[in-house]
Design a protein around this ligand. Sequence first.
Ligand SMILES: [Zn+2]
Length: 262
Amino acid sequence: MPGQPGIIVMIYLLIIISGAVFGSFFNVCISRIPLKKSIIFPSSSCPHCHQEIKPYNNIPIISYLLLKGRCRDCGNKIDIHYFLVELLTPILLILLFLRLDSHFSLVFFKYAVFISFGIIVFFIDLHNYIIPDTLSLPLIGVGLLVSFLPGTDVSFITAGLSSVIFFLLFLFVAYFFQKLTGKESLGGGDIKLIAGIGAFLGLEGTLFTVLFSSMLALVILLIVNHDPKKQFPLGPFLITGSFVYILAGHKLVGLYLNLFSV
Ligand SMILES: [Zn+2]
């Protein structure tokens, strides 16, 4: 990044602060979208006593630490995910900025949008076992729209193709798994989510996401000794896989290919 160190520090501060503020808004989305409530009105309130949170108690990251994760009014514990989202959003945006050679470009904003959707989908699916259409469908639309713009990294043909191919692949797997076992494997939400990931990441990125997230899910299932009768959200794994690809995929794919080159 050209320029004085002062400017660089300012840019990083700007990303951190706006990331934390966006994270705070994503928390509102995570708790209200599954309930089909407005994400704009009313202002933030405690999930327990529903007392409105005063602006000076609603400073991202800092308020959670100062109030030790409890509501100022009723003293009930506030779920750690509120803090995690406010912390994770700026961290991921800084990693993205570094990954793109500390440069603001269309590609940076494209993946910043993807990461934003991803964080919200991750926590909604984790808590509620659903991926709302209000998130997955715009994700497909925005991914395809951006692929038309000059300076993007995935062309419209690739974005459209990978969106359709992985949508059909997931649909096929879901259909045959249901036929063979009578159980649901992939939900409609997962199928639309992978179409959105396809539109943003293209063929290689989406294939990486599917392979990485399947392996990760398998490891976690074995570690936690998951009861097969219980529901298991796949969305958080798909989102994790796609984030890993965006931030480090080029390195990991390179390492993998190197294993086979003599
Ligand atoms: Zn409260």
